[in-house]
Design a protein around this ligand. Structure first.
Ligand SMILES: NC(=O)c1ccc[n+]([C@@H]2O[C@H](COP(=O)([O-])OP(=O)(O)OC[C@H]3O[C@@H](n4cnc5c(N)ncnc54)[C@H](OP(=O)(O)O)[C@@H]3O)[C@@H](O)[C@H]2O)c1
Length: 254
């Protein structure tokens, strides 16, 4: 308990799935949360739940593709809570799916902007504040797709998400001397609305589960616990990693 006591954390994609579970866990561990996503209703429900259990949180709705939104999240952290210690850039979308020859340039750009350019925008405004913290931790949600496994029809998603790993490594090298840790978190198939959109029928669900050594999907709370590890002092010597939390999908051959 209290592994993030008095720390301030921005979490994007906080209205659902992995981001929501992480916001609840970080708040239970003492963090003050700035919760982001486009939909205000989902964020308001999250903030109510955190406050009901004695935590502190504020919701700022917006699109992670929007530079002004990246700035506003950081300004809220410093203006309302006095700084920023953790940024979990987690919002994402599967985006343009299917054969490359069928993907429009517009959909390609949208997928990269939501999953990758958003991370650049987040980092651009978060890093100056994170550098003022003694415990700065910057985290991006990537995936095993495009890192340890090629998945048909997921090219735009894979290109964007593996781009996050390059971003992570360079930022970790750039800001390690100043004490800022930067890591990527790589979940396996997780039981969230996004995960369910892939495991969308009993047959598809069985197939997705079978890809994993553990033969099941993760619960969002299991991924949240790994985000907590990266955010907290438990990972004080961990930087520049691509942390697989994937139920063995990357090594599974059965
Ligand atoms: N589920 C899996 O199997 C899995 C596996 C590996 C990696 N991941 C990654 O984990 C992260 C979280 O996914 P999830 O499974 O928790 O999905 P989810 O339940 O569908 O949640 C996605 C979240 O991102 C927000 N979001 C989407 N587009 C946004 C945008 N343009 N601007 C701001 N917020 C946006 C959504 O809220 P709004 O729609 O209200 O904006 C929502 O809060 C994603 O980056 C995903 O790629 C998921």
């Amino acid at each position: 308990m209290n592994r993030l006591e008095n720390r301030v954390a921005i979490i994007t994609g906080a209205s659902s799935g992995i981001g929501r579970a992480t916001a609840l866990l970080f708040a239970a561990e003492g963090a003050k949360i700035i919760a982001g996503a486009r939909g205000q209703d989902g964020l308001d429900k999250l903030v109510d739940q955190i406050k009901d259990t004695g935590g502190q949180a504020v919701a700022i709705a917006g699109d992670v593709k929007d530079e002004a939104y990246a700035k506003a999240l950081v300004e809220t952290a410093s203006g309302l809570y006095g700084g920023l210690d953790v940024a979990f850039n987690n919002a994402g979308t599967l985006g343009a799916m299917g054969a490359v020859s069928d993907i429009s340039l517009e959909r390609w750009h949208d997928t990269l902007e939501t999953n990758l350019t958003s991370a650049f925008l987040g980092a651009k405004y978060q890093i100056p504040e994170l550098l003022k913290s003694r415990n700065g931790s910057l985290i991006f949600t990537s995936t095993f797709v495009g890192f340890t496994a090629g998945m048909p029809g997921m090219t735009a998603y894979a290109a964007a998400k593996s781009g996050l790993i390059g971003l992570t490594q360079c930022l970790a090298a750039e800001h390690g001397p100043q004490g800022l840790r930067v890591n990527a978190l790589l979940p396996g198939g997780t039981d969230t609305p996004m995960g369910r959109s892939v495991a969308s029928s009993p047959e598809a669900e069985d197939f997705v589960k079978s890809l994993h050594s553990l033969k099941r999907l993760a619960e969002p709370e299991e991924i949240a616990r790994s985000a907590l590890y990266l955010a907290s002092d438990d990972a004080s010597f961990v930087t520049g990693t691509a942390l697989l939390v994937d139920g063995g999908v990357s090594i599974n051959k059965t």
